[in-house]
Design a protein around this ligand. Structure first.
Ligand SMILES: Cc1ncc(COP(=O)(O)O)c(C=O)c1O
Length: 368
């Protein structure tokens, strides 16, 4: 959809919540909530119309949305979103990790869903405005952060199947505790049967609601088989591993190389995936992006050629995979515990994100 040049400055006008949570209430709600269940006192928004482009940038008291029951997003899922975190460092400063990468991916996702892209500087301005107002909601506890959820949605009341002529940008913020309150434990992965996440030419590369809706039944089946996560194979050949419901996947080999599925248009290009590849290559490691047949992965695990498997994404950073399960197999990766490289990479990334280590790639941006 054609993008109008913004006609007003990128300032988000702030209307303060007249009844914000008290210090005690906020502390209670920030104390280890289940992921994504608590929200801050404010919300950032901007509105797009065909006539005026992006306008009405604002930060408001957090409240329910008013949406026409005929809104495009509710019927046809014309929606895209992002997920990134604000981290509080020991000195009290608040930092983002590679936020432009999320802003750029939001724009790419929007393009696929025929939504107007929100310019990256506008995306950044919205985050700075919201986190500035809700800075007290950024936890100072180790491994916790303020999870940010930018979303674009078609809001026009129209049951015709066509791109919405009005679009709302909404940015939510949710304080999150350590993803693994009892420490990082290896997860079991169920290989999806009969279902695929994405096909060639579909929306797999976009971060859009429909992909996640389609992953819920296979995710339920994973749980029915005692697994925490589901692994999808490619739709065309039903052969190559792609990704989990919400994380990219890596295999560490005994020869020191690391393999990950190549980006084909059906996989979400994770910011964490790219960061892990950059760190590993910086160490001189061979990182190979290629098609990985499930059968080859299984053989490698069984022969010991594959020593570690891990998943990565913003929410859980890096998660060891201890077990791979399908109707035909049930194999432990290594001894089923967290591998050494997996643990090292998790530590290195989180040290950069929390300011405990140098940031040679300039990934962190201070916003408060
Ligand atoms: C389907 C899917 N794959 C991979 C990822 C990892 O992406 P990132 O590292 O940018 O969070 C996510 C999470 O956003 C995801 O939803």
């Amino acid at each position: 959809m054609e993008q109008k040049v913004p006609s007003e400055p990128l300032a988000y006008e702030v209307t303060r919540n007249p009844a914000p949570a008290s210090n005690a209430e906020r502390a209670r709600r920030m104390d280890a909530p289940p992921f994504g269940t608590e929200f801050t006192d404010h919300i950032a928004k901007a509105t797009w119309t065909v006539e005026d482009g992006w306008h009405a940038r604002r930060v408001e008291p957090f409240a329910d949305l008013v949406l026409h029951p005929g809104a495009t997003v509710l019927h046809y899922g014309q929606q895209v979103f992002e997920g990134l975190k604000a981290y509080r460092w020991a000195d009290g400063g608040i930092h983002l990790f590679r936020p432009e990468a999320n802003g750029e991916r939001l724009a790419r996702s929007a393009q696929r869903l025929a939504l107007p892209a929100l310019p990256v500087d506008d995306f950044m301005a919205s985050i700075e405005a919201l986190v500035g107002v809700d800075a007290a909601w950024v936890p100072a506890v180790d491994e916790s952060s303020l999870y940010l959820r930018p979303t674009l949605m078609g809001t026009e009341a129209c049951l015709g199947v066509r791109p919405s002529r009005t679009v709302e940008y909404v940015l939510l913020a949710s304080p999150v505790g350590a993803y693994f309150p009892h420490g990082v434990k290896p997860v079991s992965i169920w290989v999806a049967q009969d279902f695929h996440r994405a096909g060639a030419g579909g929306t797999g590369q976009a971060k859009t609601a429909g992909n996640y809706a389609a992953s819920m039944l296979p995710q339920q089946q994973a749980a029915d088989h005692g697994c925490e996560q589901v692994l999808f194979l490619d739709a065309k050949h039903d052969t190559y591993i792609e990704e989990l419901g919400g994380m990219n996947v890596f295999a560490v080999r005994r020869d020191g190389s690391v393999w990950t599925p190549r980006v084909t248009g059906t996989i979400l290009e994770g910011v964490t995936r790219d960061s892990v590849i950059t760190l590993l290559r910086g160490d001189g490691r061979d990182v190979i992006e290629r098609d990985i047949p499930l059968a080859e992965l299984r053989e490698g695990i069984e022969s010991g050629a594959v020593t570690e498997l891990f998943a990565c994404g913003t929410a859980a950073v890096i998660t060891p995979i201890g077990r791979l399960v399908s109707p035909e197999m049930d194999v432990l990766v290594g001894d089923g515990g967290a591998g050494a490289l997996t643990a090292t990479m998790r530590g290195r990334l989180t040290d950069i994100q929390y300011g405990r280590a140098d940031d040679p790639h300039g990934w962190m941006q201070r916003i408060v």
